[in-house]
Write a protein that binds this ligand. Sequence first.
Ligand SMILES: CCCCCCCCCCCCCCCC(=O)SCCNC(=O)CCNC(=O)[C@H](O)C(C)(C)COP(=O)(O)OP(=O)(O)OC[C@H]1O[C@@H](n2cnc3c(N)ncnc32)[C@H](O)[C@@H]1OP(=O)(O)O
Length: 224
Amino acid sequence: MTESDRPQPHVAVPLNGYWTEWSARAARNAAPGWAALVGEMAGLQDTFAAAAPPPEAVAEARSLVEQTRAVLARHEVGDDDQWFGRFLPAPDRGQTFSPPIRLTGITEHALAGKTMFGRFHSGNNSAAHGGGIALLFDDLFGRLVSVGDIPPARTASLSVNYRSVTPLDEPLAVEASVAEVDGRKLYLTGTLRHGDRLCADATALFLTLRPEQIRPAEAEAPPG
Ligand SMILES: CCCCCCCCCCCCCCCC(=O)SCCNC(=O)CCNC(=O)[C@H](O)C(C)(C)COP(=O)(O)OP(=O)(O)OC[C@H]1O[C@@H](n2cnc3c(N)ncnc32)[C@H](O)[C@@H]1OP(=O)(O)O
């Protein structure tokens, strides 16, 4: 690992008002330890993907996971009230779907950061899955369009070019920027690199939502 690959402090994103409230509400309500549980779950995904356990270990692991599901299922809420994915200032956003992105530079029109794919996102032959790479770009672009005063936006189209193999368990650099704004249309570009090597680049069209397409984020749930 070179010096520039070492984890750098994560930069907090100046979020637009919609996402600020959406995220703050989860932070207000979340139980202590939730962020650590998210980290365990992400680690579990990678460990699970990498394991070839004997029958007794399969049975033990299955029983433990069943117990965990039963504990969590007793506290199921609707998606307006979930915490998963809503810790926007954190590199993993409090979710385990896409790899954490540790942001190292932010302007209103560009983001840069570091990420890494683990075994959970493996395609084959120690290469990251192409769908996982598209997911990474969608998440990165989603963060970019949430910076500053841009109203909430959704992906209308996403195109990825896979230029070379993306390795697992290696630090990767991501960059995204707003190439053009045309009314509600945000044209975005991004790159994923391993060292000096370009692994993938992407373009996307995000559309800011019309007011009637936005669900209110500020509706306060009853405590508990
Ligand atoms: C730590 C920091 C945290 C930061 C904070 C993070 C915040 C949180 C992070 C979340 C990170 C995850 C981010 C995931 C982001 C998703 O993945 S969003 C989910 C995936 N996307 C969707 O589900 C969208 C589904 N589609 C739709 O809802 C609708 O089609 C859309 C996109 C809203 C557009 O519908 P519409 O508003 O009715 O637009 P419409 O009037 O049809 O078209 C407007 C214009 O766009 C054009 N257009 C529409 N679609 C297209 C298209 N596909 N191609 C080309 N042109 C198009 C039209 O031709 C039209 O052009 P003009 O005629 O005006 O020139």
